[in-house]
Design a protein around this ligand. Structure first.
Ligand code: NAD
Length: 239
């Protein structure tokens, strides 16, 4: 396929690649995305997922929030797939500068990536809202229902809920990597969740690659569109 050859060439010629991804990067690891036909938004709950994972809902109904969060958003046994592993390898080879992700699953770090900017936080970090004590994912999984600290405070995942702002330092770093990138590879994201999707506006180069299973609103802005599963794509282009 000539698109794959083109991507391979751009990767081989660059030492300043930046990757920006979303939930589709982890579907091949068994974590459902939100907006695919078999994604979380197509399943039926008493409330729409956007409502449950909002700040208001978390405050008003923590019991239901944590029931959903623990059942549907935690995948402690998921393993990195070919896409995560390829990106870690490209960083080691000095070609890729950073992974910017909307995912909260920690799989890029599990694959060995070092410079990972988590725009929406991580399920692996949890803090007591009263005393600030840190808890990891295992701690949260081991607690029934709403997780409470020994001090009595609720433990909140370090995950950006709807209505909450993004960490400004992380956003600034992401903007800076994208603005200086030679090749920008965007994959596995519907590019509909803002402000994350707006990051693409900062790219100034002419090697914008989009790898996605379905069409996105930004396809017409890309220099190269590869339609397919991102793990398969990276398996085919990595030596
Ligand atoms: P999304 O669910 O809106 O879109 C996922 C996109 O990836 C879709 O366009 C889909 O066609 C595509 N896709 C699915 N599997 C793919 C594959 N194997 N290869 C290539 N493309 C594939 O996801 P989003 O744009 O990231 O936005 C959803 C929000 O949900 C994000 O903010 C993210 O934080 C959160 N989320 C995270 C996880 C996770 O951490 N793994 C999982 C679900 C949702």
């Amino acid at each position: 396929m000539k698109e794959l050859e083109q991507l391979k060439t751009w990767i081989a010629e660059s030492d300043n690649i930046v990757f920006f991804g979303g939930a589709g990067v982890s579907t091949e690891s068994g974590i459902p995305d939100f907006r695919s036909v078999d994604g979380l938004y197509s399943q039926q709950y008493d409330y729409p997922p956007e409502t449950i994972i909002s700040h208001t809902f978390y405050r008003k109904n923590p019991k239901e929030f944590f029931r959903f969060y623990k059942n549907k958003m935690l995948f402690p046994d998921a393993k990195p797939n070919a896409a995560h592993l390829a990106l870690a390898k490209l960083e080691q080879q000095g070609r890729l500068k950073a992974v910017i992700t909307q995912n909260i699953d920690g799989l890029h770090q599990a694959a060995g990536s070092r410079e990972v900017l988590e725009l929406h936080g991580s399920v692996h970090r949890n803090y007591c809202t009263r005393c600030g004590r840190f808890f990891d994912l295992k701690d949260i999984m081991a607690m029934d229902g709403v997780p409470y600290c020994t001090c009595g405070g609720i433990i909140k995942p370090d995950v950006v809920l709807y209505e909450e702002g993004l960490d400004q330092r992380t956003i600034q770093k992401a903007v800076s990597y994208i603005a200086r990138a030679d090749v920008l590879i965007i994959g596995g994201t519907s590019l509909t969740v803002y402000p994350a999707a707006g990051l693409i506006d900062y790219y100034q180069g002419n090697k914008l690659v989009l790898i996605n299973k379905s069409v996105t609103p930004m396809d017409s802005r890309a220099n190269l569109v590869i339609s397919g599963k991102i793990g398969d794509v990276f398996s085919q282009i990595m030596d």
